[in-house]
Design a binder for this molecule. Structure first.
Ligand SMILES: [Zn+2]
Length: 308
């Protein structure tokens, strides 16, 4: 892995406060500049949001993105099982329960009941805003940042103009960064947008194309470029069925989200350690597979053709 990424892991792993983000942006801009690469910062206010853009979002064919902001440590571990019917059912049940509690509160809630519900909502909001940053955040989302930078730094100079790389701010705050980027540029930037989030903990790398991405020629090429034979990792292109993987990809119409998952008999594919102190797994093989595949997108011939 490139030394710039090593340095980010050693010195800029936590990117939560404005000053932590400023230090990261300053380091990265200078480090890239010494490689002959210019990064620009798209800044907006309320809340302060700084997206780091490398390349031209209008002219580029491939937009490659990841969020760089660090989540807070959760009170409840963040569990994601994007293709599980059971997980989908539990989420629906929880949503229905919340809706019922809301109605109940409106029409028949006692004062104590109302205070308990409002208190719980207030505590979770305060925790979300002022909570402790999740210091080890190898998977969410230093792994995505590493993939973006590794791809950028492995490209031949003559191929770089086909790509625009974006590191989004404020994904953890309702996707502010990517929504602002979509508002400023386009909801379908480039021919395809590849968003990378949580890819370093799990042997199953999954691609989730949006409807718009499925219609793009570039999708077939992207699929073909991910080889399955490296280090016995599996690659799954999830074109149909349940796809509950919501990161900055949902701000765009032509996105492909990429995540890595463990597998269990109950949940199928899942992520369970993010937003906790156990977010310490950083499988560099996943970073290499994903970066190589994306860097080969600009070549005339697909690298491999081995996707289930
Ligand atoms: Zn994330």
């Amino acid at each position: 892995m490139h030394e710039i990424i090593q340095e980010i892991i050693e010195r800029h792993m936590v990117r939560r406060t404005n000053s932590q983000k400023s230090a990261f942006i300053e380091y990265l801009s200078n480090a890239l500049s010494s490689e002959g690469i210019q990064a620009s910062i798209e800044q907006s206010q309320w809340p302060l949001c700084r997206n780091i853009v490398i390349g031209d979002p209008v002219k580029a064919k491939y937009i490659v993105t990841a969020h760089y902001d660090t989540p807070v440590r959760s009170l409840i571990p963040n569990f994601v099982a994007p293709v599980s019917g059971l997980y989908f059912g539990i989420l629906l049940f929880a949503l229905a329960g919340a809706a019922y509690a809301g109605m109940d509160l409106k029409y028949s809630g006692s004062l104590a009941y109302r205070l308990a519900v409002y208190g719980a909502v207030a505590v979770s909001m305060l925790q979300f805003i002022f909570g402790k940053p999740n210091e080890p955040n190898y998977n969410d989302n230093t792994s995505g940042v590493a993939c973006v930078l590794e791809t950028l730094l492995m490209l031949e100079k003559s191929h770089r103009s086909q790509y625009c790389f974006v590191l989004f701010d404020l994904e953890e705050a309702w996707l502010f960064g990517s929504r602002r980027f979509a508002g400023k540029h386009s909801k379908s930037p480039g021919e395809i947008l590849i968003n990378i989030d949580c890819v370093s903990d799990g042997d199953h790398i999954m691609l989730f194309p949006s409807k718009g991405a499925l219609r793009a020629d570039e999708w077939e090429k992207a699929k073909a470029n991910f080889a399955t034979d490296d280090w016995r990792k599996t690659i799954i292109a999830r074109e149909k069925g349940i796809k509950l993987f919501s990161s900055d990809n949902i701000s765009f119409k032509n996105s492909v989200a990429i995540g890595a998952f463990r597998k269990s008999p109950v949940w199928g594919y899942y992520i369970s350690r993010i937003h906790t102190k156990k977010d310490i797994i950083f499988d560099e093989r996943n970073i290499a597979i994903i970066s190589n595949a994306i860097a080969c997108m600009c070549l005339p011939e697909a690298k491999a053709n081995d996707v289930s």
